[in-house]
Design a protein around this ligand. Structure first.
Ligand code: 8NA
Length: 385
């Protein structure tokens, strides 16, 4: 039998709930072990659920519910879980009637959160979304549990999510032109000899965009990270700043990342739902085949992570071409080759893959190279490169 006691401070009421197998059996006043005046409702309202006989570890819920102090006696020494008051408005119980502080039925939200604390499950996204809409979860605080924040974000619709973006001038996917429209506008010439045949199915799948990747409202953006995954500078620094402190918290749970691999996290305050972190090769001196393979792996593993995460719109920065010193022209060739060959095999899995360049010189390189990898309609005047 597991016993959890709930001290509702200020009311002087210390409840104990007992359960085993997988059910809350009874709730009593911890002081005299007598049933509490509202235990019936309390038990009924704390969803008939499960206290597993095992040493169920209730989780620290910071800022979740009013002034309750949950002590789990199943630990060798009671480990207090302090619930910080959500807000003055939020009271765990309906306004009490009569003289007993507990004639009011416990509010649903409180009991369902208590249920979650008991059963160390995170409340469903809909609970967080109702709390979120009342601003109950602080996405900008490093003390918020990133798992709970992730769960709450999953339950939000687009409109609710947009209220939390750290950037207000975000760019919607439909505002990012596909490559063939960009080419038309830029008066791009189609080389006579492309590296790949024209593939109509890919015409609307690729985009070239110049600007800040943190503003793109897409399913995922790729971060050119370092092996610690704990942020740094360049695009990595921009993404961490825009995502807020919870990104680093989640990244710190990933145990770093090897060059060429990719790991996915939530996007938090970014307009992008997810961030795929990859670590490009460092190039000092001549470019070697190992570094070429590493860079190709960055693009391929990021695309694979996107497919696995059911990501349909993805934006890449120019990985490794900044601090890591990869020659931009060679990087563009490797990026376009890898993306083209991957999309040929997985075109139905993506709506859009965006190459997000930041520097003018990168934009010029891609405008020149894209027609070789994603040939345009013959309508475009051919030209010798
Ligand atoms: N002091 C540092 O720790 C430090 C300094 C700079 C960069 N970095 C970063 O650089 C390393 C990775 O090198 P890298 O060459 O792969 O990355 P990078 O140095 O960030 O450069 C990659 C590309 O991203 C471009 N870029 C920069 N900001 C943005 C933006 N907001 N949106 C779109 N593109 C942008 C940049 O112009 C370059 O073409 C990592 O350590 C990472 O933390 C670290």
């Amino acid at each position: 039998m597991q016993r959890l006691s709930v001290l509702l401070r200020g009311s002087g009421h210390n409840l104990s709930a007992f359960g085993h197998g997988r059910k809350v059996i009874r709730t009593v006043n911890s002081n005299d072990n007598k049933p509490t005046p509202f235990s019936r409702q309390f038990r009924a309202r704390v969803a008939p659920a499960v206290i597993s006989a095992s040493n169920q570890r209730a989780r620290q819920y910071s800022g979740l519910c009013g002034n309750a102090h949950l002590k789990d006696r199943s630990f060798s020494r009671p480990r207090p879980l302090t619930f910080r008051t959500l807000s003055q408005k939020f009271t765990p119980f309906a306004t009490p009637r009569g003289n007993s502080p507990f004639t009011g039925a416990p509010s649903h939200r409180f009991t369902s959160l208590l249920h979650c604390a008991f059963f160390s499950c995170s409340p469903g996204p809909k609970l967080y979304s109702s709390m979120a809409s009342s601003g109950k979860i602080d996405l900008n605080s490093p003390t918020t549990c990133w798992k709970e924040a992730k769960s709450y974000l999953k339950g939000l619709n687009n409109k609710q999510k947009r209220d939390h973006y750290s950037v207000k001038d975000f760019i919607k996917l439909k505002e990012i032109p596909v490559w063939k429209d960009t080419a038309k506008k830029a008066n791009i010439k189609q080389p006579e000899e492309g590296k790949y045949p024209k593939n109509k199915a890919l015409d609307d799948k690729i985009s070239l965009f110049r600007g800040d990747i943190t503003k793109l409202e897409v399913d995922a953006i790729v971060n050119a990270a370092n092996s610690s995954l704990l942020g740094g500078g360049g695009v990595d620094g921009c993404i961490h700043r825009a995502a807020g402190p919870l990104l680093k918290l989640e990244c710190s749970s990933l145990g770093g990342c090897q060059t060429g691999l990719a790991k996915m996290t939530c996007g938090y305050l970014l307009p992008a739902n997810y961030v795929i972190h990859t670590v490009g090769p460092v190039v000092q001196g001549d470019l070697g085949s190992a570094q070429e393979e590493d860079l190709s792996n960055c693009y391929r593993n990021s695309l694979l992570a996107a497919v696995e995460g059911k990501i349909r719109s993805l934006a890449f920065p120019c990985i490794s071409t900044g601090v890591f010193g990869y020659p931009p022209e060679a990087a563009a060739d490797m990026a376009l080759k890898t993306i083209r060959e991957f999309l040929e095999e997985n075109k139905e899995k993506f709506d859009r893959v965006i190459i997000c360049v930041f520097l003018e010189k990168d934009e010029e390189i891609y405008l020149r190279k894209l027609p070789e990898y994603f040939p345009l309609d013959s309508a475009f005047p051919a030209c010798k490169l």
